[in-house]
Design a protein around this ligand. Structure first.
Ligand SMILES: [Zn+2]
Length: 110
């Protein structure tokens, strides 16, 4: 079952004339996808179109996770323990900061 509601939703330009479009209605298709009906604000154009707003990735995990929701994680380092890779044994330094230069060559005279 879906419900039609009027909320403040992101706007999008009309693909034909580039004018600002106005949200007419929006319908929740499921907990990840919402369909939004837009109408162009340019009366001469008057284009009416549907757009979809979909949730595609997790940025920060929910404190109240729904077991039915399975979203890819945008940045795994921000979400839970860092995944271990096979080549984690010898991490390369990100840059040369902190790397001790090799000892100067000692020249013996005499
Ligand atoms: Zn238009």
């Amino acid at each position: 079952m879906s419900k039609i509601t009027r909320h403040r939703l992101p706007t999008i330009s009309c693909p034909h004339c580039g004018a600002r479009s106005m949200v007419r209605t929006s319908e929740e298709l499921d907990n990840l996808v919402r369909e939004i009906r837009f109408t162009c604000s340019d009366e001469e154009c008057n284009h009416s179109f549907l757009a979809q707003l979909s949730i595609i990735r997790t940025i920060r995990p929910s404190g109240k996770p729904n077991p039915k929701v399975h979203l890819p994680v945008a940045n795994p380092q921000l979400c839970g323990p860092k995944p271990r890779h096979a080549n984690d044994d010898t991490p390369e330094p990100a840059n040369d900061v902190g790397v001790t230069p090799p000892p100067a060559e000692i020249t013996m005279s005499g």
